[in-house]
Design a protein around this ligand. Sequence first.
Ligand code: SF4
Ligand code: SF4
Length: 443
Amino acid sequence: MDLIHCIYQAGLIGEGGAGFPTFVKLGAQADNLLVNAAECEPLLFTDQYIMEHYAHDIVRALELCRKQVQAKRTVIAIKHKYEKQIAALKEAIAHYEAPIELHEMESFYPAGDEQSIIYDVIRDPLPPASLPKDKSTLVLNVGTLRDIWRSTQGLPFTRKIVTVNGDIRKPSLLEVPIGTSVAQCIAWCGGTDLDRYVVILGGPMMGRMIDQDEIGSEVITKTVGGLLVLPYDHPLAVRRRKPIERIRSEARAACIQCNFCTELCPRYLKGHPLHPHEVMRAFALNDPDHPLLAQASLCCECGICELYSCPMGLSPRRVNAYLRIELRRRRVKMPAFQSEGVHSEEDVRRIPTDRMVMKTDLTKWYVRHDFPFESHEADEVRIPLRQGVGGAATAVVKVGDKVEENDLIADLPETSLGARMHASISGTVLSVDESSITISKKG
Ligand code: SF4
Ligand code: SF4
């Protein structure tokens, strides 16, 4: 079976971002094949664990991908502080005599942003609003590569390694079936002593926050790499709960147009015409047709502007995120954005990860130590039929069916954008609806 078909059959989607189907990504040629090994979200150790323990799988998969896309250059971009991981990858590269370069980076945020990593490696910035393929470049995440190798061994994508960190009794790395509830993962880590808390799915900077009462219904999907338990009144949680109209009032009353949000914005520094201070000014005017608002579509929502730069505690990132949805909803035609050229101080204005952690009040949980690794089985899983970019898969099982782990439970033609789903545990199908399938061992 060819590589693309193996990947399609296994239901792989990108594990480090929006969940773009991997078989579609690998369907085009690319001169540059880059591996995003930066793991730039502080407090997550998932990719570091995978690199240290699955370096051979990563390199073997990368070799297959290199041949598939006919890459002229294959590069793993990794922070130089990940010493054990670099040693493991170097050993694997030498073992397979693979023509793969290691590109070592400083520890800055957001080193793993696709635009940042491409610029860091090929020193040729992506134009505003363009995609890596526009520079003949393909970026893959280390977790995705591990699962690409597994797909060539006939194994579908049914298990996920996640970091569980924050205010819990036993911060850990867990390998769990896809569809396991967030509450169960927290329980496996000893729970928390907090009476009131929130959970961030993903990293603290860009992850999605859910409330305590949602943890029983939220599940680990193919794109979740971490869970972070934070006190309900942690500054990150307070900021995310703020209503958008309150943010507008604050922008009107308190934005001093100091420009700091723009001066440290990684997209602006790469030459993109994104000036968050202008967006804030226009947003405060409450005119949805203001021409400056379109810039918001260039924002990657890294959060530097609001978590690091703004001296007034304002939220340009939240404003941009809100506007991006509004611009799409209203089908506003985007202008032809022109690059302003890479800023001469782009390199020196990068935000050290340690400083970012201090500013966001996360130091307590940033201490790197060897988290225990545990592999768990779940008694029940709820598997969403759509877990990334593209359409939902169609269920091919019905209530009462017995399924074995790895069986196909929801399908999607190879001509579609999306991913197939497989049973992540053996058991009985408890429910099937248009959004998910629930399987229980108890049946
Ligand atoms: S940094 Fe804050 S106060 Fe300064 S321009 Fe940006 S949003 Fe306004
Ligand atoms: S979140 Fe802020 S700093 Fe990050 S890209 Fe958007 S505007 Fe720039």
